[in-house]
Design a binder for this molecule. Structure first.
Ligand code: AMP
Length: 417
């Protein structure tokens, strides 16, 4: 029996790596322009961090965490998302003391025991952006701007930004109560999950995809009509700035985060190219979280983007060229020279390969084509006699005889010139 990858995990094969690198490079390049610095936290943490930082009522904590007992009996969990670990690190390392407007980002694998399907995995990767200590609506608008700029830098042109405000500790609790009353009055029209959530977390009923519940949900009281003046003003200013910057979005009152510390702005970016799992990234403001995890009363806002989904939504690109120069020392006496030439060209930055197995001319040529070689340099008995390398340009189908002492320079000029 051969051993296979665990269901819900996948290998990122060499052919896919250029797309992943493009995402990573876009993140490093773009986030720096907005003042973000990279932070790397461990992939496992104490289970308690996620229980407190994400909330026991969420699907993530209730049924999706990879939790295990360590040898000393402590309970550890593979991180299902990045924010909790980042907040722990910010508090533990007092990062906000040296940097009151703290902006950090992180990239890496996350683990959730979800039902695997296209675009949904048990080990997946996120790009995560978090800004702390900044309350202004300018930061909310900037984080949305950064999110769409990032997708565009990855080559994604088709997407939709969905925006909402979920209020704050002044206006949300009364709204939640109003919502609960409206749901209680219609309990018989709800399925078992929504019935339970009516008591535990009525906001999550708004997430429901159950077809029979949609009509009722459309008629429920809406958070945007229950915002307090401060939240209303904040939301209007976020929208005004997005309009000013030319960033298009759709307001959807059903986009909520069911956790207590989420407040005001929430947003999501979806792609029509993705099918059922259409969310590219999601984010929002979480001003209560740092305090909840034992830190100072510091606001926070950020987003998490799924890298697998970005790869799926990215335009296909031509395969990467693996070889600039393919060396063919056909004459046995040319082999040592080829080794030296190979080393010199590689030191000069070229991608150089040769076939050390010494196969036939035809099979070497096939290999050169397969590798996408731009130039093939051949030295057989005839070239030995003439003191040259025969350099073939695969694209132009031309060839030159180049004196042996000049071949390295000749190839470098061709490649860089
Ligand atoms: P969340 O942390 O649940 O708000 O998700 C943020 C983003 O991570 C989503 O928009 C997806 O792009 C991605 N994501 C979440 N869960 C998965 C998963 N199981 N597999 C792949 N991507 C995921």
């Amino acid at each position: 029996m051969t051993i296979k990858a665990v269901p819900g995990t996948r290998d990122i094969l060499p052919e896919e790596i250029p797309a992943w690198r493009r995402i990573e490079e876009a993140a490093h390049r773009l986030f720096a322009r907005y003042g973000y610095r990279e932070l790397r936290t461990p992939v496992f943490e104490e289970t308690e961090l996620f229980a407190r930082g994400i909330g026991g009522e969420t699907d993530i904590v209730a049924k999706e965490m990879y939790t295990f007992e360590d040898r000393d009996g402590s309970s550890l969990t593979l991180r299902p998302e990045a924010t909790a670990g980042i907040v722990r690190s910010v508090i533990e390392n007092h990062l906000f003391q040296s940097d009151p407007a703290l902006k950090v980002y992180a990239l890496g694998p996350m683990f959730r025991r979800e039902r695997p399907q296209k675009g949904r995995y048990r080990q997946f990767h996120q790009v995560d952006v978090e800004a702390f200590g900044l309350q202004s609506p300018q930061v909310d608008a900037e984080v949305v701007e950064l999110a769409v700029g990032f997708l565009e830098a990855c080559g994604i042109a088709e997407y939709e930004v969905v925006l909402n405000s979920v209020g704050d500790p002044a206006c949300r609790p009364p709204y939640v109560e109003t919502l609960r009353q409206a749901l209680r009055a219609n309990l018989t029209r709800l399925g078992p999950d929504s019935q339970r959530r009516t008591e535990t977390n009525p906001l999550r009923v708004l997430d429901s995809k159950v077809p029979e519940e949609q009509e009722l949900i459309a008629a429920l009281p809406r958070i945007l009509e229950h915002l307090c003046p401060a939240c209303r003003e904040h939301f209007e200013e976020v929208r005004r700035q997005l309009d000013l910057l030319g960033i298009r979005y759709r307001v959807d009152h059903r986009l909520v985060r069911g956790l207590d510390y989420y407040m005001r702005t929430t947003f999501e970016v979806t792609s029509g190219a993705l099918g059922a799992q259409n969310s590219l990234l999601g984010g929002g403001r979480y001003d209560g979280l740092v305090k909840e995890l034992g830190g100072p009363d510091l606001g926070g806002i950020g987003f998490a983007a799924g890298m697998e989904r970005i790869v799926l939504a990215m335009p296909a690109r031509e395969a990467e060229r693996r070889c600039d120069v393919f060396l063919m020392p056909l004459a046995a006496a040319a082999f040592d020279e080829a080794l030296r030439l190979q080393r010199g060209l590689r030191q000069a930055g070229a991608r150089v390969l040769l076939d050390p197995e010494g196969r036939s001319f035809k099979s070497r040529m096939k290999l050169a084509d397969k590798l996408g070689a731009r130039y093939v340099a051949i030295r057989g008995e005839e070239e030995m006699k003439k003191g040259v390398w025969r350099v073939r340009d695969r694209a132009g189908s031309t060839q030159d005889d180049v004196a042996e002492g000049r071949v390295a320079q000749h190839l470098e000029e061709k490649l860089h010139g």
